[in-house]
Design a protein around this ligand. Structure first.
Ligand code: ASP
Length: 314
């Protein structure tokens, strides 16, 4: 298998690498459930989490993942970093890299931030924890681990993704993963929240949620990315959005009994998802959160050579 130097997005991974990371994540689930949640895998390694956008799940799970594998983990958020004093992104990146961390985990509102920094920082592995509307690879690996637990393999299954496809990095990464792993994506969105030429990803496009549900094996609900919306008229009102594109238990019946419900969080209850679905047995949303820790352990281990491979660093 091609070794991993950075993790920028699903676009750069082949099927073997995706499956390798998901399987490695699978092997870490157990550590998280033990009473003694510590393994020496990343002892002596340093991970810096640099977050320029808000995050609960991703930031916390990268921190827990590093600590469970015995790495030294440092968290920096935009509000406490020197960018507040006018320092450029590149200067911040170079400053942190000069402290010799093994991994820099970055979340930023600008697409391509990780690739840009990687060009300038030589000895630091970079992980994309979400860059603008571009990619969110560790979320998709997390979802794939959740689906592996539920189905064994996603191959041949149909995932119906609903909501703000245009601004969602989660949607984009899934569309790329679906092609590589052989699952089908149905996309449901109002025309105002669909990216141009989305069909080039090989997905089916629907504007009517109810039409897309029969035959779906999973329904994946997305939050409206209000922080990335420049057009305040993307839909008439929250009430109408919920009526047309919200998931409630009544609507979910159209998909059949075994259909799973996924959401990357944070959920907006009463907007894209109703409480009767979010808290139902069909919801795998908290399983996604749990698997998020295991996947981030896998990604850090793979990048630091703690997976049994060798990263060439001491
Ligand atoms: N947590 C996901 C992300 O960071 C989804 C969301 O924010 O709605 O992209």
């Amino acid at each position: 298998m091609k070794s991993l130097k950075h993790l920028f997005g699903i676009a750069d991974l082949d099927r073997e690498q995706i499956e390798y990371l998901v399987n490695l994540g699978d092997s870490f689930i157990d550590i998280n459930r033990r009473s003694l949640k510590k393994a020496p895998t990343l002892r002596g390694k340093t991970v810096i989490n640099l977050f320029f956008e808000n995050s609960t799940r991703t930031r916390t799970s990268f921190e827990i993942a590093g600590k469970r594998l015995s790495a030294d983990v440092i968290n920096i958020s935009a509000s406490t970093s020197a960018t507040k004093k006018g320092e450029s992104l590149l200067d911040t990146g170079q400053t942190l890299a000069a402290m010799q961390p093994h991994v820099l985990v970055i979340r930023h509102s600008i697409s391509g931030t990780c690739e840009f920094l990687a060009e300038h920082l030589e000895n630091t592995a970079i992980v994309n924890a979400g860059d603008g509307a571009h990619e969110h690879p560790t979320q998709i690996l997390t979802d794939l681990l959740t689906l592996k637990q539920a189905w064994g393999t996603p191959e041949g299954k149909t995932i119906t993704m609903v909501g703000d496809i245009a601004h969602s990095r989660v949607a984009r990464s899934h569309l790329l993963a679906a092609k590589k792993l052989g699952y089908k994506m149905r996309i449901v969105a109002p025309r105002t929240l669909l990216p141009a030429e989305v069909e080039r990803y090989g997905c089916e496009v629907y504007h009517d949620f109810d039409e897309a549900l029969p035959g779906s094996d999973a329904v994946y609900m997305l939050r409206v990315q209000s922080e990335r919306l420049t057009d305040s008229c993307a839909f008439p009102s929250i009430r109408e959005y919920h009526e047309a594109y919200g998931l409630n238990s009544q609507r979910l019946k159209k998909a059949g009994d075994d259909c799973l419900v996924l959401h990357p969080g944070p959920m907006n209850r009463g907007v894209e998802i109703a409480t009767d679905v979010a808290d139902s047995v069909k919801s795998h949303i908290l399983a996604q959160v749990e698997h998020g820790v295991a996947i981030r352990m896998a990604v850090l281990a793979a990048l630091c050579g703690g997976d049994g491979g060798d990263d060439g660093k001491e």
